[in-house]
Structures are given as C-alpha cells and as structure tokens.
Ligand binder design. Structure first.
Ligand code: ADP
Ligand code: MG
Length: 306
C-alpha cells in the first residue's frame, strides 16, 4: 500500500528555516508533527468543512522580541480571495504557518470553519488546504507519486492533467533518473532527478491543482518561474482559485491586484487593507509599492527572490 496515502499535502513546507527531511519520511504526518512538536489534543475532532478563516487578535513571536505576528485580526469569508503584500520579514509566511497550525499562537485564536485549529486533528485541517510555497521539497519517490501526494486516490490520467495545467508535463516526460526510470516513473528527491527551483514549483502547483482543496494558499508560489512560464500558468491558477478561499502572498503586485481584498503587512501587523483601487486612491503604503514597482516587485522581496 502507498504509505504516501497517509500524508496530506503539506509536508513540503520548508518555511522559516525549519526543514523537515521529507525525503526520508515514512509516515509524513507522524514524523512532521513530531518535528514541529505539536500533537493533536485528546478528543480532537475532524474538520469536516473548511468555511471561512479567522485570525482573532493573534500574537506569535517565535519567542523573540521582534518578528512574528502581533495582535493581528483578519477574517476571510468562505470563497473570498485575499492578497497579502509586505516587505520580506513582515510576517506573511508566519500567518500561513499559523493557519496550518505548524505553531500554536501565543495569544488569540486561529479558526477555520469556526473551529479553533487547536481543537481539530492536524490531518483533517491540512486536508482542507492546498499550498504552494517558494521552496518545495520533493520526496524520494516517482514524479507521479510526488504529484499524487496531493490526492492519493487520483488516477494516472488525473495526475498528468494536473501536470499539464502546471506546465510540468513536458519536462516530466523528458526526465530520466540514474537508474533509467523515465517520465512519470523517474524518481525525484535527493537521490533522484535534480530539478530546478522552477520545476519544483511546477510540481508543487500540479500537486495543489490535483488536491483541489477548499482553501488554496499561494506563498510566493510562482517566484521561481520565469515570466513566460508564469504568464502561461496564470490562467490555470485563476481556474484553481474558482470557488475556493484563497490566500495569495506575492511580491509581484500585478498577480494579486485582482483579488477581492489586499492586506498590507508591516512588522507583523496589518497596516492597510482594501481592494486594489481603494488602496491606490488612499495613497498609502500599497500605493507607494505600486507606484514604485508599477506592477513589478517590492524591492526587498525582489532581492530575496533572486
Ligand atoms: P515574510 O513571509 O513576510 O517574509 P516571515 O513570516 O517569514 O515573513 O517572518 C516574519 C518575522 O518572523 C521575521 O522577522 C523573521 O525574522 C521572523 N521569523 C520567521 N521565521 C522564524 C523562525 N523560524 N524563528 C525565528 N524567527 C522567525
Ligand atoms: Mg515569506
């Protein structure tokens, strides 16, 4: 049986310097819960429906005086699409980590579908979230399994369809590992085919497309793609957002300008929020970013992405 079935699509998370060696993971959920030190509470229930997301007066500081999230409240309605912008270090990825309960808040509450994330099983919580980050680790498994990990019961055809949407199909077909396995049978991960950052990101996108979860989190999800590939994936990404609750963190403002609401973060706090046009009219932080980069990059993040 595929042990991969036990994993729920979030192990590739390598944010904030904590790196779980997923290539060696036999039971992703168990090992990573241990790695992050969080276990399900006795009597934790299963999250059965995602609904909206709420960060209620949340503080999380990594035990430091600076960084993290401070007294932050953000309510995201079911089906709402939120863009988050802010200089690097503003706390954007931390917010996503708290949504997935990779850490417990120090103050306040994070809710999904009305449930405190500490009261539901981690597996059921993460099963409702598809996520693509800047850096995605691959398992020491075939390309097919690496994508199917988004939805273990998916057919080969569904895996290939997701890969096509993520512009990954062609490079996968051209792959061969050192044992001679080709295409979707080629092994990835540390001992397999070496992928570029952009290729890894496209596999991660395919995984997320296949998973088709009600909450979609994109944390600099296209940062490693060249602009041509990014443009051709944009349509598939917009399709994937259809009907989903979306949190999209992007350094390229043009990719989030059309979101329902844009949240601007600085030093762990929300300093502005509103639709693109409102924020431009307000002439504040967002307007400055936009004018400075005219749809291009926020300088601090652009440097980090290079
Ligand atoms: P962003 O995604 O907006 O660039 P992050 O959420 O990654 O920002 O980081 C926010 C702040 O928290 C930064 O000041 C960063 O230094 C700090 N931080 C992030 N990860 C860790 C960590 N694992 N340990 C300690 N501090 C961290
Ligand atoms: Mg980040």
């Amino acid at each position: 049986a595929l042990r991969i079935a036990q994993m729920t699509g979030w192990v590739s998370f390598t944010m904030m310097g904590i790196y779980a060696n997923v290539g060696e993971v036999e039971d992703g959920m168990h090992t990573l819960s241990a790695a992050y030190g969080l276990t399900d509470r006795p009597g934790a229930t299963k999250l059965t429906r995602a609904g909206g997301i709420a960060f209620e007066d949340v503080t999380f500081t990594y035990g430091r005086r600076e960084g993290g999230i401070r007294d932050l409240t953000l309510r995201i309605a079911e089906g709402e699409k939120i863009g988050i912008v802010g200089a690097s270090g503003a706390g954007k990825s931390t917010l996503v980590a708290l949504l997935l309960r990779l850490y417990d808040v120090e103050k306040g509450t994070v809710r999904v579908g009305g449930s405190d994330v500490r009261e539901v099983t981690q597996e059921s919580l993460r099963g409702h979230v598809a996520m693509v980050t800047q850096e995605t680790a691959m398992f020491n498994r075939t390309a097919r399994d690496n994508i199917r990990y988004g939805r273990p019961q998916a057919s080969d055809e569904e895996v290939a369809a997701a890969a096509r949407r993520a512009e990954a199909h062609d490079f996968i077909l051209a792959m061969q590992d050192h044992k001679g396995n080709r295409g979707y049978d080629a092994f990835l991960g540390e001992r397999g085919v070496k992928l570029s950052g952009g290729q890894r990101q496209r596999i991660a996108l395919a995984r997320a497309f296949l998973k088709d979860a009600p909450i979609l989190v994109l944390d600099e999800a296209t940062s490693a793609l060249d602009s041509e590939v990014e443009a051709s994936i944009q349509r598939a990404l917009e399709d994937a957002m259809e009907g989903k609750t979306v949190i999209a963190i992007a350094h390229r403002l043009s990719t989030i300008a059309r979101m329902d609401r844009i949240v601007v973060m600085e030093d762990g706090r929300i300093v502005e929020e509103g639709a693109h046009d409102d924020l431009l009219a307000r002439g504040g932080v967002y307007a400055r970013y936009w004018n400075r980069q005219s749809g291009g990059f926020i300088p601090a993040d652009a440097a980090a992405a290079e």
